[in-house]
Design a protein around this ligand. Structure first.
Ligand code: FES
Length: 129
């Protein structure tokens, strides 16, 4: 599990945003420090938090090593430099080789913080054309 902080803090500022986490994960008897980041945007449908993995769905490069670049009149785009994968601001694959959208995390509240199961990102359903 990874805590992303209070919902009131996550709701502040512009979207999409890059949010860092640091946690300890338990795998059988091994405990391990883990840190990284995620992208968070608002779901278009219900305005809830859309928590996205930055791992490119092509071959696993971190799309986040690429910058979230703002293109004039085109909105925000996530870009994976490995092979030129592109995702829109909702993490939908819109260009290059990625076969599907960025994976997402379900969230829950614990001790007033938004938490996710960091080792269990979910594959999104394919977008209908
Ligand atoms: S690993 Fe991201 S485009 Fe290939």
């Amino acid at each position: 599990m990874a805590s992303l902080g209070p919902l009131s803090e996550l709701e502040k500022g512009d979207f999409p945003k890059k949010v860092f986490y640091k946690t300890t994960v338990q795998d059988a008897w091994v405990e391990q420090e883990m840190e990284g980041f995620l992208y968070i945007n608002k779901n278009k449908e219900d305005n809830s938090l859309l928590i996205m993995s930055p791992i490119c769905t092509h071959l696993g490069c971190a799309a986040g090593n690429a910058e979230v670049s703002m293109k004039e009149n085109e909105g925000v785009e996530f870009y994976c430099p490995c092979h030129g994968g592109k995702y829109d601001e909702q993490g939908i694959n819109v260009g290059g080789p990625p076969p599907r959208s960025l994976d997402v995390f379900e969230s829950f509240i614990e001790d007033k913080n938004v938490c996710i199961a960091i080792l269990s990102p979910m594959v999104r359903e394919k977008r209908k054309k």
